[in-house]
Design a protein around this ligand. Structure first.
Ligand code: MRU
Length: 350
């Protein structure tokens, strides 16, 4: 399976997602600053992958620290966590991973660990977060595959695949698992303007896996549904509020409304680390505004006239009423989501 992000001992290496599908090149991050820049500039993207990269970036930054005492080391650790937290605001997996690293740091420091011991604990935790993410995706895929009929035309938006996670994917994990069970799957991949995650990344992954994939422009989804060419939708998520409102790549909301209008199930696949019980509903989710250039240009070609104002909100919120079910590694949640999500997160039976 394709390595999205890897710990190499003295560096963090990631495939450059800005260059796919035409060029497969890897970026080597030698410092925490390099990792933060890679997250910000979309070398690596996708909520779970961002969390894994941030954890590795923190471990890398602390490994390179020259601090001899734990006090100085703790100050540097906090600064490095703040650096990662400032990269992208919407995906809660980023803050979840930083919290995990903080907990490990606190435990090790309170236990009287030396700077070297704390460094080792941080590296081990970052690698654990990575490995656990792949395992969660596989379990989530198996749960989600139970929702997929034996023959299905599945529409997905953005890229919630191996590239958006430590491997295997969330929405694409469901598709991979269903295909792996011998189900006859065909995927419609929304191109996903402006960054084209669907056209470039989802199609690249699925073609490599031999899963039949058709790329459509975002504005084609409505008529595909009306023509009866979509059996279900599955997407990923960047943050799911306690009431089941889902923040995901901009355009997801429109797809969800269309799915409801056409009586098509709309599924969200996301790990427990994407569920944010501290945020009551979607109105509390921060939506990242990205640079104008992503809208004004494709590659080096300018599309828009100078002088036109630009908006580039990278995510939107789909209200819970449009979501048929949420697939996690701990099982499938259905409405009422305030009850079912809380039960999954706390590990209680529904
Ligand atoms: O801006 P991006 O590419 O990081 O946005 C990614 C998405 O919106 C994905 O659908 C989401 O993170 C889920 S990834 C498993």
């Amino acid at each position: 399976m394709l390595p999205t992000v890897e710990w190499k001992g003295d560096s963090v290496v990631m495939i450059d997602q800005r260059k796919l599908p035409t060029t497969e090149v890897y970026v080597t991050c030698k410092t925490a600053n390099d990792v933060a820049k890679a997250i910000k500039t979309m070398v690596i993207r996708g909520a779970p992958a961002i969390g894994v990269a941030a954890a590795m970036g923190i471990a890398l930054g602390m490994q390179r620290s020259k601090a001899s005492g734990t006090k100085q080391f703790a100050t540097e650790f906090q600064k490095t966590c703040d650096l990662m937290a400032g990269t992208r605001p919407t995906a809660v997996n980023l803050f979840w991973a930083i919290d995990k690293m903080k907990r490990v740091f606190a435990e090790a420091a309170q236990g009287g660990g030396s700077v070297d011991e704390i460094k080792q604990r941080l590296v081990a935790e970052a690698q654990r977060i990575h490995d656990e993410d792949v395992a969660n995706c596989r379990t989530m895929g198996a749960h989600g595959a139970s929702l997929v009929p034996d023959t299905a035309r599945i529409l997905t938006h953005c890229n919630a695949g191996a590239l958006a996670t430590a491997g295997y994917g969330t929405a694409l994990g469901v598709i991979r698992a269903a295909a792996g069970q011998g189900k006859k799957i065909a995927v419609l991949a929304d191109e996903t303007r402006p960054f084209l995650q669907g056209a470039r990344l989802t199609a690249w992954e699925l073609v490599k896996d031999g899963i039949p994939t058709t790329v459509i422009t975002d504005n084609m989804a409505a008529s595909m549904m009306r023509l009866g060419e979509v059996d279900l939708v599955v997407v990923g998520a960047d943050r799911i509020a306690a009431n089941g409102d889902v923040a995901n790549k901009v355009g997801t909301y429109g797809v969800a409304v269309l799915a409801k209008e056409h009586g098509i199930p709309f599924y969200v696949a996301a790990p427990i680390s994407t569920i944010d019980l501290d945020t009551t509903d979607g109105s509390g989710i921060p939506i990242e505004e990205r640079p104008d250039r992503e809208v004004t240009h494709v590659g080096t070609s300018r599309l828009t006239p100078e002088g036109a104002s630009i908006r580039n909100p990278a995510f939107d919120v789909t209200p819970a009423k449009y979501v048929t079910a949420i697939v996690t590694e701990r099982g499938i949640a259905r409405a009422p989501y305030d009850v079912s999500l809380a039960a999954l997160v706390t590990g209680a039976a529904t």
